[in-house]
Write a protein that binds this ligand. Structure first.
Ligand code: RTP
Length: 149
């Protein structure tokens, strides 16, 4: 793999509110390349592993039931600085602090229903991609028109 990758998930509220295409288009139009995508009904063990560092937090049980409440759209994006830029495109975790123009700043009003997730470092991205995707579910390709990405 020559360029950086990140894991972006559209959470159950994002899927159920019909925000999938609006959220994906922000990454596409920024210039990032989609290399993996699938709809997943997560189970508790997957989510406990994904949110391993949050298991002792008081909000963890409600986070778990939120993330189990419906399918999640799991995606992997590739491109320059995509981990940091992905977080910027998402906006702050708490929608009160997310700037308008970001995904959370435009679509969310509660931390506990903040429509999407993005990896917070290259290390977490690699861990999360390996957790949510099998190697063969990620597609290597060179976009015909945008070889510069
Ligand atoms: P995410 O993993 O979803 O991208 O969020 P994040 O890194 O911006 O924030 P993190 O602190 O890792 O929290 C993960 C998710 O847990 C829920 N949360 N609820 N009620 C609360 O105080 C609270 N704090 C966090 C949010 O859904 C948050 O995105």
């Amino acid at each position: 793999m020559s360029t950086e990758r990140t894991f972006i998930a559209i959470k159950p509220d994002g899927v159920q509110r019909g925000l999938v295409s609006s959220i994906l288009s922000r990454f596409e139009s920024r210039g990032y390349k989609l290399v993996g995508i699938k709809l997943v009904q997560a189970n508790e063990s997957l989510l406990r592993e994904h949110y391993d560092d949050l298991q002792s937090k008081p909000f963890f049980p409600s986070l778990l039931s939120y993330m189990l409440s419906g399918p999640i759209l799991a995606t992997v994006w590739e491109g320059k600085d995509v981990v940091k830029q992905g977080r910027a495109i998402l906006g702050a975790t708490n929608p009160l602090q997310s700037a308008p123009g970001t995904i959370r700043g435009d679509f969310a009003i509660e931390t506990g229903r903040n429509v999407a997730h993005g990896s917070d470092s290259v290390e977490s991205a690699n861990k999360e991609i390996a957790l949510w995707f099998k190697k063969e579910e990620l597609v290597e390709y060179k976009p015909a028109l945008f070889g510069w990405i």
